[in-house]
Design a protein around this ligand. Sequence first.
Ligand SMILES: Cc1cc2nc3c(=O)[nH]c(=O)nc-3n(C[C@H](O)[C@H](O)[C@H](O)COP(=O)(O)O)c2cc1C
Length: 169
Amino acid sequence: MNTGAMKILLAVSSRHGSTEEIGHVIAERLRAAGHDVDQARPEDVVDVTPYGAFVLGSAVYMTHWTNEAVAFTERFRDALRAHPVWAFSVGLAGLPKGKVSDPHRIGPVLLSIDPEDHVTFPGTFDPSRLSLRERSIATLGGATEGDFRDLDAVREWADAIAGTLSSGI
Ligand SMILES: Cc1cc2nc3c(=O)[nH]c(=O)nc-3n(C[C@H](O)[C@H](O)[C@H](O)COP(=O)(O)O)c2cc1C
């Protein structure tokens, strides 16, 4: 189908910034590989017709993607199903034991858009950036304070996407 540079929409939903920063790293790598990338919050996207591929990411709260990310998949389902889509989640499930598990409630959303790949990257837990309610929920869920992001793993994932798109998917 397509070869060479691709216009990509990177739609990233973040409440407190850690997922958005992961999005910036992905954008940087895709651009370094010669692709044309627009990064936006899913709720701000009104038209997806210019894009030949999508990278969609969301922070995970209470085992779900954000409402904005889910609404995006519903609004643009046909376009998403017609083009290559890569998805990532950012969460703390499983930490601090070391392994982040795929938050199972995301499954139906991903099935509906049939992505090429979905990965879960570890996020952050910074109580000072949260409301008392969020802090209590995260603490009850066993979260440990810290920034667990592995930006090398993010870069590697983005490079794999760039390579697939450059070689023509
Ligand atoms: C109230 C609350 C609920 C959370 N629920 C989950 C969860 O169900 N699964 C998970 O993997 N991470 C969960 N997390 C961790 C967040 O996904 C993590 O802090 C992430 O880095 C937040 O991304 P953001 O800074 O882009 O909003 C929760 C965090 C908070 C504060």
